[in-house]
Ligand binder design. Structure first.
Ligand SMILES: CC(C)(COP(=O)(O)OP(=O)(O)OC[C@H]1O[C@@H](n2cnc3c(N)ncnc32)[C@H](O)[C@@H]1OP(=O)(O)O)[C@@H](O)C(=O)NCCC(=O)NCCS
Length: 187
């Protein structure tokens, strides 16, 4: 059998076009170059680390802080990083919930890779991570993000004024979520 490249071996989940794996220190150059290329796509919604020092802090948080999980969505074809999905504010006990953050990189956007990658992370969260619910809080004008969560099967639960402090101000957010039960209904 041909040997898989190391990046694929590290995958926590794999779909037809993407695989999802942890951040690594050696991804700093590729990740930050893609972030710098993608600023037009990301602004004003997202401000990921654009230099290697900020990347090191960012990646370290996912290994040191048990309330966060961070994954890279990679294209099976070529293995390059297409985007990322984070699960923040993970709470166990009776809640078993986490809040999602995600972004595509411009070269890979609009091809369905994030739809597949986010779906893989949701399944991983409800399987090995033992969560019951994932939230995605999205600003009402962020059309691409609303379309993504809708495609993956999230449900709109409500609207929270002044919910998150982003780009210098408190922003209203639509509150989307998915639970294990919703996935069970789907399959
Ligand atoms: C939100 C974001 C991650 C969505 O990424 P995306 O590239 O649109 O997602 P996908 O890779 O799944 O691509 C979906 C698009 O590809 C199209 N597509 C093409 N081939 C496809 C395929 N085989 N399967 C599924 N979709 C496909 C879909 O129709 C869709 O396009 P449409 O919205 O015009 O219908 C991206 O817009 C982004 O990074 N935004 C800035 C950061 C951000 O807002 N983060 C979230 C904050 S809440």
């Amino acid at each position: 059998m041909p040997e898989l490249p190391e990046r694929r071996v590290l995958a926590i989940a794999e779909g037809p076009r993407t695989f999802v794996r942890a951040y690594r220190p050696e991804d700093a150059h590729e990740f930050t170059s893609r972030v710098r290329e993608s600023q037009e796509l990301h602004r004003p919604w997202l401000f990921p680390p654009a230099d290697t020092e900020a990347y090191a802090d960012h990646a370290r948080r996912f290994t040191e802080d048990p309330s966060r999980e961070g994954y890279l969505v990679c294209a099976r074809e070529g293995g390059g990083i297409a985007g990322f999905v984070h699960i923040n504010n993970i709470v166990h006990g009776a809640f078993r919930c986490g809040a999602l953050g995600y972004g595509a990189f411009a070269h890979a956007a609009g091809r369905g890779l994030m739809t597949e990658g986010l779906g893989l992370v949701v399944r991983h969260a409800f399987g090995p991570l033992g969560l019951h619910r994932l939230e995605a809080n999205v600003q009402p004008a962020n059309i691409a993000s609303l379309a993504l969560v809708r495609r993956v099967g999230f449900r709109l639960e409500g609207y929270s004024p002044d919910f998150l402090h982003i780009d210098g101000a408190w922003r209203d957010h639509e509150r989307w979520a998915i639970t294990v039960e919703m996935m069970d209904q789907e399959s």
